[in-house]
Write a protein of this length. Structure first.
Length: 159
């Protein structure tokens, strides 16, 4: 994630993803997502990325309340009334874990060892196989089964 942010062009705008022409908030997400889908060969929505990030946070051992804050959800119940801590550093750490895991998967696809190592170590489901995360999907926007399986193949949630 830090590499993506560092790669953004330097502007006078305080925004990370500022418009290159106006310096104001970037509003070309639709075109950017379409271009990324074409480059990746996978159909997805930005919400799919959010859901995948949240799932990986769970697999990587991030506390549920921190993972929820990281993806932009608000606290509920009494926590909403009394706990105003945004846990900024913990959220940054959660995104760093996801980023490191994705980098590991990318390296594995490039031929580096460790592609089939579950996140939580060698424990897995029946007969030591990694457990796969079930991902509820809308039928109208399918991700190729092989892409989803490859991405979650190393995810072994703790039970």
């Amino acid at each position: 994630m830090r590499a993506v942010i560092a790669a953004q062009p330097a502007t006078v705008s305080p925004l990370v993803f500022a418009s290159e022409t106006t310096g104001r908030a970037f509003n070309g997400w639709g075109k950017s997502v379409i271009a990324l889908q074409r480059a990746a060969g996978v159909t997805f929505t930005p919400h799919d990325l959010r859901r995948t990030c949240r799932t990986l946070m769970s697999c990587l051992g991030v506390e549920p309340d921190i993972a929820e804050l990281a993806i932009g959800h608000k606290r509920t119940g009494l926590d909403r009334l009394y706990n105003f801590d945004q846990a900024w550093q913990l959220c940054c750490d959660a995104f760093a874990k996801v980023s490191a895991h994705v980098a590991t998967l990318i390296d594995a696809r490039a031929g580096a060892p460790g592609m089939h190592q579950p996140i939580g170590g060698s424990q897995g489901g029946a007969q030591g196989r990694p457990q796969y995360v079930k991902h509820r999907r809308r039928q109208s926007r399918p991700i190729a089964a092989s892409a989803r399986t490859d991405f979650f193949a190393t995810c072994s949630p703790s039970r």
